[in-house]
Write a new protein. Structure first.
Length: 363
């Protein structure tokens, strides 16, 4: 009886998600986030549910396989960092159709993050504002979870510095997180672009960023590791700063760039300004960043002559959004806010559109 109820309830999420979303959106965003994690883990542990769930939400086809930086991804649609910060539901999220899941941002020492409330929905904009502040359990705790995990997908490790660590000592924090995670993830992401850790974005300046990435690449060489390192950048960079990013990638030989993180820009929002001002600081994700993230992808791809892979993220809510980012130069995609607003079926819809396009190209 319980099993059949679970299968029916979750089997109808493709059609019922607007109702489920309406219900979930009645509650505090952060609390409901962790509630849905627990719910997903519970449902997929019920006998016979997980295979049915996978059949509904996964799309497996050799044409979807995408090789980037030496890794063959089962499909090009991943879950962006910030959703499963602590590596507690990787396989459950993979069952939703993602080809890869990026954990973190992980810091050397666990930290609470910024005071609550720190996660807000802008429903009219289909957006989210967050100022989480790298809340996570710390690299040692997360490594213990990864040690016992038998992963069902590619895992990325997004790393950052602790809030109390001054920028002059930031490289040490990134190295600690890198060294601890290296045996357990498939690729790394250096996060210097979150707006929610004081002064973190200063590390995007050319000199400190070159030093940080060079140090990590040197450590990678010492470990004889083949795991690629990507850099995650903000959408708020100027063209000259993007030129610097292209130069830094060339100089340090990192694998590529993830474009983009959340934006601090509040322009063009449909939500009334008084509400936005009352929310305060934080990064905006979702539809308001769709256009800018695509512009950054296109700029990097064009001005680098496609010399490195780009993972496109920012405001992907539809298959059309995804295809536009791929056409602009992205090799892989990540979604976050689109997953919240559109539900788990969005992953399969995007993969179907990509598959159809690839079949057409192969004719």
């Amino acid at each position: 009886m319980v099993t059949s109820f679970c299968v029916f309830t979750f089997g109808q999420t493709v059609y019922m998600y607007p109702i489920i979303k309406w219900f979930f959106f009645r509650f505090d965003p952060e609390k409901i986030h962790y509630f849905t994690f627990r719910l997903l883990r519970f449902w997929l542990a019920v006998p016979f549910v997980k295979p049915i769930w996978k059949k509904m939400y996964q799309l497996n086809d050799d044409l979807l396989k995408t090789e980037v930086a030496g890794i063959v991804f089962p499909n090009p649609v991943g879950l962006a960092a910030g959703f499963d910060k602590n590596a507690v539901a990787i396989n459950q999220l993979a069952a939703c159709g993602f080809g890869f899941v990026e954990i973190g941002t992980v810091t050397p020492i666990g930290q609470e993050g910024n005071p609550k409330p720190r996660l807000f929905r802008l429903v009219e904009d289909e957006a989210v504002i967050n100022r989480m502040g790298f809340n996570n359990d710390g690299v040692d705790v997360i490594v213990e979870r990864l040690k016992v995990l038998k992963p069902d997908c590619i895992i990325g490790g997004n790393i950052g510095k602790n809030k109390v660590t001054p920028n002059e000592e930031a490289t040490s924090d990134y190295l600690k997180a890198y060294n601890a995670l290296e045996p357990y993830v498939d690729y790394f992401v250096v996060n210097v672009s979150s707006p929610n850790t004081p002064n973190l974005r200063e590390l995007q300046d050319k000199e400190p960023l070159t030093e940080l990435l060079s140090t990590l690449m040197k450590r990678r060489e010492e470990l004889q590791s083949i795991k690629p390192i990507f850099l995650k950048i903000a959408p708020d960079l100027t063209d000259s700063q993007l030129d610097d990013i292209i130069s830094i990638v060339d100089e340090t030989h990192i694998a590529g760039v993830i474009a983009t993180n959340t934006t601090i820009d509040r322009g063009g929002l449909k939500t009334d300004s008084a509400t936005v001002e009352a929310i305060g600081a934080g990064g905006v994700s979702g539809k308001p960043v769709t256009k800018r993230s695509t512009e950054v992808i296109r700029y990097l791809s064009t001005h680098s002559n496609r010399s490195f892979p780009i993972i496109g993220v920012g405001g992907i809510h539809t298959a059309a959004d995804a295809l536009e980012k791929l056409e602009s130069g992205a090799s892989l995609l990540q979604i976050y806010t689109g997953f919240i607003y559109e539900g788990p079926s969005v992953v399969k819809r995007i993969n179907k559109a990509i598959l159809a396009q690839r079949k057409q190209e192969n004719k």
